[in-house]
Design a protein around this ligand. Sequence first.
Ligand SMILES: [Mn+2]
Length: 347
Amino acid sequence: MKKVREKLAEIGFDAFLVSDEKNIYYLSGFPWGLKLLIPVEGENILFVNSVNYEAAKSLAKNVLIELVGIGEKIEKKISDVVLRGRFKSIGLDKMDVSEYWRIKNSLEEVRFEVLGDVIWSLRKVKDESELVLIKRAAELTSRGMERALEVIKPGIKEWVVAAEAEYEMRKLGSSGVAFDTIVCSGPETAYPHGGLGEREIKDGDFVVIDIGAKYRGYCADMTRTVIVGEGARMQKHIYEIVVGAQRIALNHIRAGIKAKEIDEAARKFIVENGYGEYFIHNLGHGVGLDIHEPPMLGPLSEDLLLAGNVVTVEPGIYIPGLGGARIEDTILVEKGGAIKLTGINGE
Ligand SMILES: [Mn+2]
């Protein structure tokens, strides 16, 4: 919150009104806040409703807690605080449009502006305490993946594989899944977000397993693709190209390089091998409290990779009617290169 205040003072805003739950958690340590107001001068105010009032008193840090009681309107509470503080310009992370107009109607003189980067510039670079939690989430994810790979065999249903992976992660301390588990087999692997259904895995299938554990709010993300049994030559070729593309990307990553250059390097390899039109998504994304967050690793990314960024590297090839393969790891960007946080015996 101190850094947010400094940033606001620098760009000439009086306050910042935070709506995103993850941002509120990141800044105040409280996971169930309604809104957080950070003025350049004065006390930070956390708005909570009655069910979370007691919890906020014990968990939230460096804030005054403002109760929004039953029958009270948060818009009214916010505009009272804004008028009292005489704030003329307020930055926002994001806000629901209808809510914006309810607040704006009583604060006609106040200028609101979405300043997305104020908090993202902080959240993109993970500190030591965050890295401990992400590393734990990555470890739990790897163990879940290990379990999934153990149980995959002809005849098992996709959702049983998913249940085994999730159960393993849960038993080891995962507080939930970072996103809906994907276990996808056969022709549907041509859809990057395909599966999870009752399909029975068959000999010769591609199976794509994409899972993520969550630890104290922090996510990890990992994908493996296996060929059940022998498989066809083309499947093996696709798999090898995806592995090669990931290796190239991992070798390029280091602090100070443009994120889009990493995507470019991996994409070039896939294009040269004839599968360019089948790599239909960005190479990767940031991971933290959100499963998809900046920095993005894609052709349109304007991010520069910084030490402390945590990103995925996930090339894939998807051929309609035939199937697809993707390999994904969560990695930490350091000065000297990429540190893989997910993996099974280093793989
Ligand atoms: Mn991912």
